[in-house]
Ligand binder design. Structure first.
Ligand SMILES: Cc1cc2nc3c(=O)[nH]c(=O)nc-3n(C[C@H](O)[C@H](O)[C@H](O)COP(=O)(O)O)c2cc1C
Length: 202
C-alpha cells in the first residue's frame, strides 16, 4: 500500500458518534493515517451512545483508540483541545484534508466565525486559510436560520457541508448500513477509495 497523507478527523458532541468511529475505521483500513481531535462533548456523546468511556488525556485516548482500531500509534494520533504546538494548528504542518464528523451547530458556528478557541476550530480555520478540503457533517434537526446562515457562509468559503442525511435507496437492513451511506459520501469527498456501498448506476 503506498504511503498516504494524513486526514484530520474531529469528533464533536453531536448525536451520531458512530459516523465518526466508522470514518476513522475506514480511513485506517485504507491506509490513511488519522490525526484525531475530540471535543469534551464528543467524549460525553461517545459514552452516552456507545458506552465508550475515553480517558481525558490525549495520550491515554490515543492508547485506548489504537487498541480499539488495532492501529499503531503512528497511524492514529490524538491531540488535545489546547495543543497549539500540534501539526494541525499551523498551515506548515496541517493535513490538507479534514472532516468534522459529526459536527455540532456550536462547532459549525465557531468555524464559520473563525474563533479558533480550541484545536478543532483552529484546525478547521487552518484548512480553510490554506485552501484545503474541509468537510462538515452537521447533525441537528430542524435547522435554525443561524445554522443555515453558517452553513451557507462555510459553503461559500469552500467547505463541503455534508449533513448526516442518510438515503435509503440502498435498502439498509442495519444501523451500520445507514451509517455507511453517510460515511461513504465523506470518503468520496476526501478522495479515499472504499467499498462501503454500490455506486449509483452500478
Ligand atoms: C447526548 C447529546 C446529544 C447531542 N446532540 C447534538 C446534536 O445532534 N447536534 C448538536 O448540534 N448538538 C448536540 N448536542 C449538544 C452539544 O454537545 C453541545 O452544544 C456542546 O456544547 C457542543 O460542543 P462541541 O461543539 O465542542 O462538541 C448534544 C449533546 C448531548 C449530551
Amino acid at each position: 500500500m503506498s504511503e498516504q497523507t494524513p486526514v484530520t478527523v474531529a469528533l464533536t458532541g453531536a448525536s451520531g458518534a458512530l459516523y465518526g468511529l466508522r470514518l476513522i475505521d475506514c480511513l485506517l483500513g485504507a491506509g490513511v493515517p488519522v490525526y484525531l481531535l475530540i471535543s469534551e462533548a464528543g467524549r460525553l456523546v461517545l459514552k452516552m451512545e456507545h458506552d465508550i468511556a475515553l480517558p481525558s488525556r490525549p495520550g491515554d485516548i490515543q492508547a485506548t483508540l489504537c487498541e480499539r482500531f488495532g492501529a499503531p500509534a503512528e497511524r492514529l494520533r490524538v491531540f488535545g483541545p489546547k495543543e497549539w504546538t500540534s501539526p494541525v494548528a499551523s498551515g506548515s504542518g496541517a493535513p490538507k484534508r479534514m472532516a468534522v464528523c459529526p459536527c455540532t451547530t456550536g462547532t459549525l458556528a465557531a468555524i464559520a466565525n473563525g474563533t479558533s478557541d480550541n484545536l478543532i476550530d483552529r484546525a478547521a480555520d487552518v484548512v480553510l486559510k490554506e485552501r484545503g478540503q474541509l468537510i462538515l457533517v452537521p447533525r441537528e434537526t430542524p435547522f435554525s436560520e443561524i445554522h443555515l446562515e453558517n452553513m451557507l457562509r462555510l459553503t461559500r468559503i469552500g467547505a463541503v457541508v455534508l449533513p448526516a442525511n442518510p438515503g435509503f435507496y440502498h435498502r439498509p437492513t442495519s444501523i451500520d448500513g445507514v451509517v455507511d451511506f453517510v460515511v461513504a459520501r465523506v470518503l468520496d469527498h476526501l478522495g479515499v477509495e472504499h467499498g462501503l456501498m454500490q455506486r449509483w448506476g452500478e
